[in-house]
Design a protein around this ligand. Structure first.
Ligand code: OAD
Length: 257
């Protein structure tokens, strides 16, 4: 479907839908000034090596470098503001409570700040800290280290056992946060419309949610200025940006309509 026709069909589907699932990726936050990963030239993975910066091995090899890289990204996230796309989703959720489920691969907090506090975060939270090692005395590594508090540093360490603090994001080869994928699969299976916004569809299992929704009977639409790996799953593709397209197709203004 060409964009104009796709927009009309999608608006009608959205108006009639009881459940809408929105899967977002880095392109969702691009217009807030947060870089994507795979866009040519501007994407983080065109300039940095994910094996060094987004893996446990990379962190162990050079904790200070990786900590500092995330510290800079955290600054960028704190300084960013939700864009018109995030705000449209927040406004839509207020207008039609209970209809929208957001599943995001993004580690920023812009959906939450735009009013979607319950967005499912598949890849963690860049602003959260966790311990690198499972605490020798208890726990999963997500709770406080039982042996002591963290002393400031790059990275901070446990004052007693030396355990390192790391950012609360999912690195390559790691499990997703407990329950997150299950919740995302439930939302994908239950929706009438699946809206896929700003993802390359290169990373699994998130990329599989569009196909899962389609097989369960949902109308699948993609919003992305460029082709993605999962365009073949879509009934409609809208070639535009998150901030440009979402307010229009959700029928809500930036002010919260
Ligand atoms: P990618 O960087 O792989 O893809 C970003 C997508 O956004 C591309 O398809 C762009 O065309 C599109 N895009 C760019 N600007 C846009 C805009 N203004 N509006 C809409 N779309 C736009 O990012 P993800 O698909 O999110 O993993 O990448 C998936 C995962 O790979 C990330 O969560 C991250 C990364 O390694 C972890 O952090 C674990």
């Amino acid at each position: 479907m060409v964009d104009e026709e796709a927009g009309v069909v999608l608006r009608a589907r959205i108006a009639a839908a009881q459940r809408i699932c929105v899967l977002t990726g880095a392109g969702m936050s691009a217009e807030s000034g947060i870089p994507t990963f795979r866009d040519a030239l501007t994407g983080l993975w065109s300039r940095f090596d994910p094996a060094q910066l987004a893996s446990e091995e990379g962190y162990r090899a050079d904790p200070q470098r990786v900590w500092d890289w995330y510290a800079e990204r955290r600054e960028g996230v704190r300084a960013a503001e939700p864009n018109a796309g995030h705000l449209a989703l927040g406004a839509f959720a207020r207008q039609r409570p209970g209809v929208l489920s957001i599943v995001t691969q993004n580690v920023d907090d812009l959906h939450q700040r735009a009013g979607n506090a319950d967005a499912i975060r598949l890849h963690g939270d860049i602003l959260a800290d966790r311990w690198l090692e499972r605490c020798p005395e208890r726990g999963t590594g997500r709770e406080a280290c039982a042996t002591g508090g963290a002393e400031p540093g790059r990275p901070p360490r446990c004052t007693r056992c030396g355990n390192l603090v790391r950012p609360g994001v999912v690195w390559f080869g790691e499990m997703l946060p407990p329950g997150a994928m299950e919740a995302a699969e439930r939302a994908a299976a239950a929706c009438d419309v699946m809206l896929v916004v700003g993802t390359s569809g290169a990373v699994w299992p998130a990329a599989g949610l569009a196909g899962a929704a389609r097989r369960a009977g949902a109308f699948v639409a993609i919003v992305n200025p460029h082709p993605s790996d999962i365009d073949g799953e879509a009934h409609a593709v809208l070639r535009g940006t998150a901030a440009g397209v979402l307010p229009r197709i959700l029928g809500v203004g930036v002010e919260g309509g």
